[in-house]
Write a protein of this length. Structure first.
Lengths: 253, 210
């Protein structure tokens, strides 16, 4: 199939950037979306032009590196799929495809389609961890975990931190990511010691990074390649309300 | 947003139930309006409860608008460069129209107070005869008033469709099954409130109430 691509080209953080149109011919429907971009890049290199920069790593949907806004859809039209796992058979011959980077103040564009997602690392650093005893792994049954909690925690732990939730959010909020990390740890016994300082720290880090506020619009969960449910944000809210009521970090209360 | 929204919703319920008294006849409806002024007597002066309620509602509305403005400004700042290609609605239509819907509702509330509280824009405008005010307001000749009223109530319905669910979520609703229930409650409540408000003008329009 023959496709027309309109791709965001930006030579660096200071460049203003623009959409540039490319023609890609003889695309196999069995190619992945990133392989299609590889074909374009090979041709651009042979022509002596700058190839299109885009993030990618595992190409099997588990690393969270790839992230493209494809025709206004984060990760493209197929639900529950990362851009690297999206096949060209989702498109038709003669289609025009718009490809843009994630758009958020907290995710500045480095080059072309590559954005800096360091803001997510800062949120994790503000509380997305547990006080793990070092040494050999303990016997798995020594700390009982209710099956329902284990399932819900696992569901949240599936978050790969790709940033599609931020890209799709009308408010530019990263609350689904933050909530997934909070939920994963607060549902397990290992996460209890820092449970309430975690939620305050991570939400503060989220706001400081320049993300917008959540209005429960629900766009995030629609585009999430791992299907993180919107209800995780409710778990974050409940932890946050409990944490602000407890004031555990104030001496004498 | 959630707490002030719930205060406003409680008022909406009471206001709707009061409106429905129009079906019990002019004497009963006017008497109800008179009673509203006498609540709390003799402890409160005449219309004392109404003024307490008005101040409370005004504070709630202002805080609600302030919170919404903060969120809207943060959203704008969070995405300085817009998408060239953006699908408008992927999640919920009601959620995406909260801000403009809120503006429409605010404009309507201002008109509504000038119309049926102060009587400035009402063809009868007699505070002692609220029944006559309502009947004159929605007379078939003033179809545009009924049309604006209907549009505002439908906007309110959409606002509540998302608002009720979002308030429950903000206050800690956290299970997937509870989410389905919360969305169902929000939908039923929004539709019920819309119907409760819209039967009055349409009853006047069809001369069931005259």
């Amino acid at each position: 199939m023959n496709l027309t691509l309109r791709i965001w080209r930006q030579s660096g953080p200071q460049d203003k950037g623009r959409m540039v149109t490319y023609q890609v011919d003889d695309v196999s429907p069995d190619m992945s979306f990133l392989e299609m971009l590889d074909v374009l890049n090979e041709r651009l290199i042979l022509d002596g032009e700058q190839p299109v920069a885009f993030d990618h790593d595992c190409r099997e949907g588990i690393c969270g590196m790839c992230g493209l806004m494809i025709n206004g859809n984060a990760h493209g039209p197929q639900r529950g799929t990362t851009a690297c796992q999206l096949h060209m058979r989702q498109f038709s011959d003669g289609d025009t495809i718009d490809i843009e980077p994630w758009r958020a103040r907290a995710f500045p564009v480095i080059k072309d389609l590559v954005v800096d997602r360091n803001a997510f690392d800062e949120i994790i650093a503000a509380g997305g961890y547990i006080t793990a005893p070092t040494g050999s792994a303990p016997e798995a049954h020594s700390v009982p975990v209710a099956k329902a909690n284990a399932d819900a925690a696992f569901e949240s732990a599936a978050c790969i931190g790709c940033g599609a939730c931020v890209a799709a959010c009308p408010n530019g909020s990263g609350m689904l990511f933050t909530a997934a990390k909070v939920t994963q740890l607060s549902l397990l016994p290992q996460g209890q010691p820092e449970r309430y300082t975690r939620v305050i720290g991570m939400v503060d880090a989220h706001d400081e990074a320049g993300f917008g506020g959540c209005t429960n619009a629900g766009e995030c969960t629609v585009v999430c390649p791992k299907g993180i449910p919107l209800s995780t944000i409710g778990r974050l809210n409940r932890d946050y309300l409990a944490a602000t009521a407890k004031r555990g970090d104030t001496p004498g209360t | 947003m959630a707490v002030t929204g719930i205060l406003l919703v409680l008022f909406l319920i009471a206001h709707m139930l009061g409106n429905l008294k129009i079906f019990t006849g002019a004497v009963s409806f006017n008497h109800y309006a008179e009673w509203l002024r006498e609540i709390g007597a003799p402890l409160l002066p005449s219309a004392g409860f109404l003024w307490l309620q008005r101040v409370g509602l005004l504070v709630a509305v202002l805080l609600h608008i302030w919170a919404a403005t903060v969120l809207a400004l943060r959203a704008r700042a969070a995405r300085p460069v817009r998408y060239a290609h953006r699908k408008k609605v992927q999640g919920s239509y009601a959620a995406r129209t909260m801000r403009w819907g809120g503006v429409i509702i605010l404009l309507f509330v201002i008109y509504h107070i000038l119309d049926l509280t102060t009587g400035t824009l009402n063809p009868v405008g007699d505070p002692a005869r609220p029944y006559a005010n309502v009947v004159a307001d929605f007379a078939p000749g003033r179809w545009y008033v009924t049309l604006f009223y209907t549009l505002a109530i439908v906007a309110l319905g959409f606002h509540l469709r998302h608002g009720v669910f979002s308030a429950l979520r903000s206050l800690g609703q956290q299970t997937p099954r509870g989410e389905q229930r919360a969305r169902a409650v929000a939908l039923v409540f929004a539709v019920a409130l819309c119907v409760g408000y819209l039967v009055v003008p349409f009853a006047v329009l069809t001369r069931l109430v005259s």
